[in-house]
Every structure is written in C-alpha cells, then in structure tokens.
Design a protein around this ligand. Structure first.
Ligand code: UDP
Ligand code: MG
Length: 328
C-alpha cells in the first residue's frame, strides 16, 4: 500500500483551512479504509509566510491529529516555491505525493483515481479540468490563449492542468535535480518524463476567502513560464533583424531608381538606406548576442541532461565464464 502525502500550500487561508482540514482528513481516512493509502500517509500544509492565523490552525490540528503535518516557510515565497518546499519535505518519507490547493477548488473525490493510476505504474498523474464553465470569461480566455501561446513557443505543458498532480518518489527525486530559481512546475514536470496519465475533474468555486493570485501575480507567473522555458523570443528578434536587413536591400534599389529618375530630394536616398540598413543590422546583432545569452541562461539553470527510468545490466557474466570453463 502506498504511503501518500498530500501537499497543500497555504497563504492567508484562515477562512478555508478548518473546513479543508476536515474534508481532507475524512478523505484520507476513507482512502485508508479502502486500502488505497497506508496508515503512515499524511496531509502536509505548507504555510507560505501567512500574516493571519494560518500557522496556528495548522499547528493545533497537527497536535490533535497525527495525519496532519505542517511546514512553515520563513517568509512569503509564492505558490510554486511553497509547493516545492512541501514536495521536497514529503519526498523523504512518502511513496507518492499529491499537490492540491488549500481552497479545495480541485475536486478531492477523484483522489482515488490518482492513486489507482499510480498503482498501475504511473510515476506522474496530471489532474486536468474537463471544462472551464465556472471561470469568468476573462480568466477562461486568457488561460486558453496562454496555453496556445506556450505551445506555439514550443513549451510542452499539459492543457488545462494546473498544479493538481501526483508524483511518485522517483519523479520527486528527479524534480530535486532541477535547480532553477524561477520555478514553473507545470513546465518542469513534463520534462521529467516517466510513465504518466491524466485524471479529469470539474473545478469548483472557492468555498471561502479570496483568490491569492491577483492579476499582477498571475502576469508575473505567465511571463516566468515563457522566459524560463523558451528562448524563441530571442530568435524572433534575430529573424526580424534579418528580415529588415533584407528589406533594406530592396529599399536601396528603390531609392537608387528614384534617385536616377530624378524623383528624390538630395540626401534622401542615402539617409533612408542607412536608417533601414543600420536598424536591421542592430536588431540582428542584438538577436545574436541574445542567442548567446539564451545559451548562458540554460547553462546556469544546470538542468539534468537525462533521467534514467530503467537499466538492465546482467550480473551473470561470472556464471557464464564459469559455465564455459566447465565446458572446457
Ligand atoms: N498560495 C501560496 N502562496 C502565495 C499565493 C497563493 O501558497 O503567495 C496558495 C494558496 O493558499 C492556494 C494556492 O496557492 O492554496 C492557489 O491560490 P489561489 O486559490 O488563491 O489561486 P486561484 O485558484 O485563484 O488561481
Ligand atoms: Mg484557488
């Protein structure tokens, strides 16, 4: 039976926590009764430097209930970092960890399916929203546009998947190898590989409290996602520069023709040519420098170059040698 750790990042969640603790605890007890989770399974709440009573609530709950655990960060480091802190703490003790938000917007009734898929041999299970009916038109539009844009930039992320996911111990060990500071877990996890699957669910509305993701944080998160995973914007600069250089040649021909046809004012032809050509050249140069910066960027991130899933190396050589000796 799997030792399952639930990892729940919390930032100023005093309004939802008592109810969340109750619901998650009930769910865990049911999973244990159903033989899907081990008795040593835990629910870990990560307090991301909250300013309200979040930590007191976690601490009190953990005193009364052995299933409840807590990790307190020294300051607010943001959702992704809080999640990583929880996962890395869980990694040392669990067989698999499931991350979910404190507001229980992600339907906990599908948790059984996550564990079933893990038992079938999946190392990563992604929770995917089956619809976005409950979102505002703005959130739905921006989110879907974003997924499409990321796909266009060549970033491999799972469509309509947030951070509701299960990761096995081996996937967590692999995640620990990613040392980057600008975390975008949705982009990193697909890079890890291993066998994976999806669980579909309906996302509810927050039952209390307010979203801790204002537009400004959401924008920063979106930009982080792009700049941490794609150097395509740099390539676009080079390409635009190259195109302008090429256009300047056409323009040069046009100005020459105008000049000899006597249609231009004195000085116009040479000025226009230099503006276009130099503009293009500068952009191309920035693009080239950018390409190197992009390389340096991926070097300093020091991502693992490979993660081994299985190895088969036979230990039978001695045996074979002995066998053949005997035959001789
Ligand atoms: N959260 C966090 N640190 C932050 C902001 C948010 O740990 O700086 C947590 C928050 O407590 C919640 C999860 O991240 O458990 C998702 O936040 P929220 O539900 O407010 O985002 P939304 O669902 O509105 O996108
Ligand atoms: Mg939420």
């Amino acid at each position: 039976m799997a030792k399952v750790y639930f990892v729940v990042p919390c930032y100023n969640e005093e309004e939802v926590l008592p109810e969340t603790i109750k619901r998650l605890n009930n769910k865990l007890e049911k999973l244990i009764q159903a033989g899907k989770a081990d008795l040593e399974s835990r629910i870990i709440f990560v307090d991301d430097g909250s300013k309200d009573k979040t930590w007191q609530i976690i601490e009190n709950a953990s005193k009364k209930n052995p299933y409840i655990g807590g990790v307190k960060l020294s300051a607010n480091r943001g959702h992704q970092n809080a999640l990583l802190a929880g996962l890395m703490t869980a990694k040392e003790k669990c067989d698999c960890a499931i991350s979910l938000d404190a507001d229980l917007q992600d339907d906990i009734e599908v948790l059984d399916q996550f564990i079933d898929k893990y038992n079938e041999g999946c190392e990563v299970v992604y929770g995917v929203r089956s619809s976005r009916d409950k979102d505002t038109a703005f959130k739905r539009g921006t989110a879907q546009g974003y997924y499409k844009f990321m796909a266009m930039l060549g970033v491999d992320i799972v469509y309509n998947h947030a951070d509701y996911r299960l990761m096995g111990k081996r996937a967590l060990d692999a995640l620990a190898e990613y040392k980057e500071v600008n975390l975008f877990l949705r982009g990193i996890v697909p890079l890890i590989g291993f066998r994976s699957d999806y669980v579909y669910y309906e996302r509810n509305e927050r039952f209390a409290g307010e979203s801790k993701y204002p537009l400004s944080k959401m924008l920063k998160f979106a930009v982080d996602g792009i700049t941490s995973f794609s150097v395509k914007p740099l390539k676009i600069i080079s390409n635009v520069g190259l195109t302008i250089c090429f256009l300047s040649i056409l323009f040069f021909i046009y100005t020459l023709v105008s000049f000899f046809a006597g249609k231009s004012v004195e000085g116009w032809a040479s000025e226009m040519c230099s503006i276009w050509f130099l503009g293009g050249l500068q952009m191309l140069s920035i693009g080239i420098v950018g390409t190197y910066v992009g390389k340096i960027y991926s070097e300093v991130k020091a991502r693992p170059r490979y993660i081994i899933d299985k190895t088969i190396i036979s230990n039978d050589t001695d045996q074979t040698v002995n066998d053949s000796e005997e035959k001789l």
